[in-house]
Every structure is written in structure tokens, then in C-alpha cells.
Design a protein around this ligand. Structure first.
Ligand SMILES: Cc1cc2nc3c(=O)[nH]c(=O)nc-3n(C[C@H](O)[C@H](O)[C@H](O)COP(=O)(O)OP(=O)(O)OC[C@H]3O[C@@H](n4cnc5c(N)ncnc54)[C@H](O)[C@@H]3O)c2cc1C
Length: 331
């Protein structure tokens, strides 16, 4: 590993970029494998606006920040360093990588685990951003139970609106699909919605109505207000991958049609040797537990890769030593 010697940088076996569920999961495995690990985290996990993490067996409903706080303590317990900061870029150097933070700090790494998550690009309707993660939602498994039996609306703002409408119908009998700017329904879709008792409202949505910090309705362009207690939207998922550009890694369309991600193979390995990804940056559908597990799996894969490299280097060093000894014996 040349990074330390040539650049005089603090160098780690692994720098983990992003300290959400995926990054901390990876750091946990790497720390437990006695790897030197630095986690750099900008502190903006995707679910920050939500009041609880749901669908997480044994921790259901835990405050998102509290969950990550516990995770940080666990990884620190195995010697990993966790620092606040944002990675601006990374570049390949002989035998590893140099990672540059926005504040100018630079560190070396033999391997990179990138778990920067994604940005939910929300439909441009006044009120949506302000209520996001509270009574404007996207995922029935994350917050569906919390809004059960309310009058719920689904804003047709992405390719999954029909799917979302049918899923949220499981949670309320009072469901309305707002077609907004979406194309007309097919006959099959209209039949399915009618059969499940889901109302359909045509016309563009102008804004969401909020009263005393609660969503109360949906205002259409024609002025009509339809009372609703929660709204479902379909964000576009945009992987946070800017810092990977210097490594030649770019985002590609996710097969779901819902946005872009960084492609990876088994255990999160990317097209660039030595760079792994885990969590929402590569799998926008992964929830917190799945993201943590993806980080754990990537961490294990990185450790195995380092073990293989350490072994190759040890074998080469041993051979050199044996041949030097034999040389000395001959002379
Ligand atoms: C409103 C909402 C509610 C949700 N509720 C639930 C729920 O109840 N249950 C559930 O299982 N899932 C829920 N999810 C999904 C959940 O947010 C994701 O599964 C999870 O956050 C993915 O973890 P991650 O580690 O991949 O990314 P994140 O949690 O987004 O973490 C990425 C981290 O990387 C940091 N980062 C980004 N770029 C950089 C950089 N360049 N340098 C350093 N750090 C960087 C970010 O600041 C962030 O801290 C919810 C999502 C949303 C939007």
C-alpha cells in the first residue's frame, strides 16, 4: 500500500463514505475484523424527517437519529473512527485511494465503501416538501400503519402511482387517486380502481392544504378542495453519487424506472476494483434493515478482499526472504 508513504496521509484499510444504516453496518463488520476504519458522515440520513423507523424487527418505531447514535457507539466500540464531514471526491492512486473532504482534509484508503444514500426528488407541488415524512409519504411499510383509516390521497406523480394506490387501499377504505399530470388510466387500471372502491379525481393539483400543522386537504387548480389526512407521492430516486465521478463511476437508470442508482454486483462491488457500494445509493428500495445488512455484507466482502491481498503480499515477502536466505547461503 503506497498511499501513506508517498502522500504522508493518515491511511485506513477502509474509508466508509456515509454513516447511515448501510455505512455503519459495513463499519461494524470491518471493525470486528480488526480493520482500521474511518466513517465520514454528512449527517443527513434519508429518513431524518420521519418520527420513527418502522418495519425494523426488535427496534420498531425507534427515532431515526437515536438508532444511528447507537450504531455509531457500536462501531466505535470496535475501534472505528466516525467523523462528521462530507466527502467531496475520491481518486485512485497506486494501491488504493485518496479521499478528499469538503473542508480540505485528505485521507488514504486501501478500499472504499460508499453508502451515501439517495435524494428523494419530490413532485413540485406546494406543501409536499414541507409535509414530507410526516403526512406526505411514499412507503406503505414505513408509515402506512400510522395513517391507517385516514382519508388518504395518492398523487399520480410517478410510474408507481397505481401500485401505491392498490397498496394503500389495504390501509384505508377512503382512498382517492389524484391523476394530476399523469396520462389517462387504461381500461384495466380504471377497472381495478373501481373494483377496490378507489375514487379517481382528474385535474391538476395546485397545492396541499395545511391547518394547525396537519394536512387537511388537496386543492385542485379549479379551486376545489378535497379533504385528505395524508398524501402519498412517488419521488424520483437520485443516488448521491457525485463524489464517485473522479473514480469514473456514474449513475445509471434503475430497472424500476423510479430513478438512478450506482450499479453493483454481488456484495456491492462496483465496476471499479476496490470500490463497494451499499444501501440506497445502489438499491433505492432497501429499507433500513436491508441497508444495514447490505453494508454488513459489503464489509465482509471487503475484509475478504483485504485478506486475499494481505496473503498475496505475505507469500511474496516470504518468497523474497527465502530466496535472499538461499542467496546468502551460496555466497
Ligand atoms: C420519509 C422517509 C421515511 C422512511 N421511513 C422508513 C422506515 O420507517 N423504515 C425503514 O426501514 N425505512 C424507512 N425509510 C427508508 C430509509 O430512509 C432508508 O432505507 C435508509 O435511510 C437507507 O440507508 P442508507 O445508509 O443507504 O442511506 P442514508 O440513511 O440516507 O444515509 C446516507 C448517509 O450518507 C451521508 N452522505 C451522503 N453523501 C455524503 C458524502 N459525500 N460524504 C459523507 N457523507 C455523505 C448522508 O448525510 C447520510 O448520513 C424512509 C425513507 C424516507 C424518505
Amino acid at each position: 500500500m503506497q498511499v501513506t508513504d508517498t502522500q504522508d496521509l493518515a491511511t485506513y484499510d477502509v474509508v466508509v463514505v456515509g454513516g447511515g444504516a448501510a455505512g455503519l453496518g459495513g463499519a461494524l463488520m470491518l471493525g470486528r475484523s480488526r480493520r482500521s476504519v474511518l466513517v465520514v458522515d454528512a449527517g443527513e440520513p434519508r429518513n431524518a424527517p420521519a418520527s420513527g423507523v418502522h418495519g425494523f424487527l426488535t427496534r420498531d418505531g425507534t427515532d431515526p437519529a437515536a438508532l444511528l447514535g447507537v450504531g455509531r457507539e457500536e462501531v466505535r466500540g470496535y475501534g472505528a473512527r466516525v467523523v462528521d464531514g462530507r466527502v467531496a471526491s475520491a481518486e485512485s492512486v497506486d494501491g488504493g485511494f485518496i479521499v478528499t473532504l469538503e473542508d480540505g482534509r485528505r485521507v488514504g484508503a486501501r478500499r472504499l465503501l460508499v453508502t451515501t444514500g439517495l435524494v428523494d426528488e419530490l413532485p413540485d407541488v406546494p406543501g409536499v416538501r414541507e409535509r414530507w415524512g410526516r403526512d406526505v409519504l411514499h412507503c406503505p411499510y414505513c408509515h402506512g400503519w400510522e395513517v391507517r383509516d385516514r382519508p388518504i390521497g395518492v398523487l399520480a406523480s410517478g410510474p408507481t402511482a397505481m401500485h401505491q394506490a392498490l397498496l394503500f387501499r389495504q390501509l384505508t377504505e377512503d382512498l382517492t387517486l389524484f391523476l394530476h399530470t399523469a396520462p389517462e388510466l387504461t381500461d384495466e387500471e380504471a377497472e381495478q380502481l373501481a373494483a377496490r372502491g378507489i375514487a379517481v379525481v382528474e385535474g391538476e393539483v395546485a397545492s396541499l392544504e395545511v391547518h394547525e400543522d396537519r394536512l387537511t386537504g388537496v386543492r385542485l387548480q379549479n379551486g376545489e378542495v378535497i379533504p385528505r389526512g395524508a398524501m402519498v407521492v412517488g419521488p424520483r430516486f437520485a443516488a448521491r453519487a457525485g463524489m464517485l465521478a473522479g473514480l469514473g463511476l456514474e449513475t445509471t437508470a434503475h430497472p424500476s424506472g423510479m430513478g438512478e442508482h450506482v450499479e453493483s454486483g454481488a456484495m456491492g462491488l462496483t465496476a471499479v476494483p476496490g470500490v463497494w457500494v451499499a444501501g440506497n445509493v445502489t438499491d433505492p428500495t432497501a429499507q433500513v434493515l436491508a441497508s444495514a445488512n447490505a453494508g454488513v455484507m459489503a464489509g465482509a466482502a471487503i475484509n475478504a478482499d483485504l485478506v486475499a491481498e494481505d496473503t498475496r503480499e505475505a507469500v511474496a515477502a516470504r518468497r523474497d526472504l527465502l530466496s535472499a536466505t538461499a542467496e546468502t547461503g551460496r555466497s
